[in-house]
Design a protein around this ligand. Structure first.
Ligand code: F6P
Length: 324
């Protein structure tokens, strides 16, 4: 075991519910292991500008139930540059930090991996993004809360959709991936789910609409924001054009998906991953992500999490085909 005395933690990229629970776990696990823990504010921007505070156990009281990240976050263009990363490393050295924990998604891990390699410095990643699009972990912190946010919103849309016999196209987040759309679509009983990982969905959609419109039934079409077969408004127009008497509406759920109190699942996942990240540092791991696979903690090289794509769950796709 290296002689660790001081570690730092930051959150980076889009915030995700459960990040606070992970920070709390890192701080408390660090203190249990007699480490000093520093919190970096505003992600890599704060690291570059030496914006750090010492965190004690009380500093992370009463935050497990809150959404967002109390350390704040940023997408840092400066950290993409080698000079930016060198300045960030200067801050770490100035405060005699021996290891860094980064909570974020693949963009944040790309920076973490470069910093670790360029400075030969231990960096551990904790997967935190609502998109769940990171290779090497079944779940990312925030995904479950986002699913529940979508489900609550779409249940409400369903009431009005069915009252008016309307077709609703609902767009959910996920960047280039369809994990949120697929799982929330199943949870909401969506009549169709359009995700970037599956081709040829538009023809199928038209056939399905033909049937439902003739039966005067409402429909929820869940569309991932990264869908490649077309823009949600164009798809809605296509359906409107073909079924002239049919009312069609579009609803973009947007950033409400990222907010709110984390679910129990996200709080527990975040707590497990926070403790695992401190353990990993103390066991001389460097440049890895701690993840969860088959409910066990795993260690995956940061490089792999950036380069490899996580595949969509085929079992869930089959369920969609059966249930629609
Ligand atoms: O990565 C999380 C995410 O919410 C994506 O689903 C979405 O595409 C993106 O961030 C939005 O980013 P911003 O909040 O910077 O607009």
């Amino acid at each position: 075991m290296e002689n660790f005395e001081r570690i730092a933690i930051l959150t980076s990229g889009g915030d995700a519910p459960g990040m606070n629970a992970a920070i709390r776990a890192v701080v408390r696990a660090g203190i249990k292991n007699k480490l000093e823990v520093y919190g970096v504010r505003r992600g890599y921007d704060g690291l570059i500008n030496d914006d750090m505070i010492k965190l004690d156990s009380a500093a992370v009281s009463n935050i497990i139930q809150t959404g967002g990240t109390f350390l704040k976050t940023a997408r840092s263009p400066e950290f993409l540059k080698k000079e930016g990363r060198a300045r960030a490393y200067d801050s770490l050295k100035k405060h005699q930090v021996d290891g860094l924990i980064v909570i974020g998604g693949d963009g944040s891990f790309a920076g973490a991996s470069l910093l670790s390699r360029e400075q030969n410095f231990p960096v551990i990643g904790i997967p935190g993004t609502i998109d769940n699009d990171l290779y090497g972990t079944d779940y990312t912190i925030g995904f479950d809360t986002a699913l529940n946010n979508v489900m609550t919103a779409v249940d409400k849309i369903r009431d009005t959709a069915s009252s008016h016999n309307r077709i609703f196209f609902v767009e959910v987040m996920g960047r280039e991936a369809g994990f949120i759309a697929l799982r929330s679509g199943i949870a909401c009983g969506a009549e169709a789910i359009l995700i970037p990982e599956v081709d040829g969905q538009l023809d199928k959609l038209m056939d399905l609409m033909e049937k439902r419109v003739s039966q005067k039934r409402s429909s929820i079409i869940m569309v991932a924001e990264g869908e490649r077969e077309g823009n949600i408004f164009d798809m809605a127009k296509m359906v409107e054009k073909k079924f002239k008497d049919q009312d069609v509406r579009v609803s973009i759920l947007g950033h409400m998906q990222r907010g709110g109190s984390p679910t129990a699942f996200d709080r527990v996942t975040a707590s497990r991953l926070g403790v695992a990240a401190v353990d990993a540092l103390l066991n001389d791991q460097r440049s890895i992500m701690v993840g969860i696979a088959n409910n066990e903690i795993t260690h995956v090289p940061l490089n792999k999490t950036i380069k490899l794509n996580k595949s969509i769950n085929k079992g869930l796709l089959e369920i969609v085909d059966i249930l629609i």
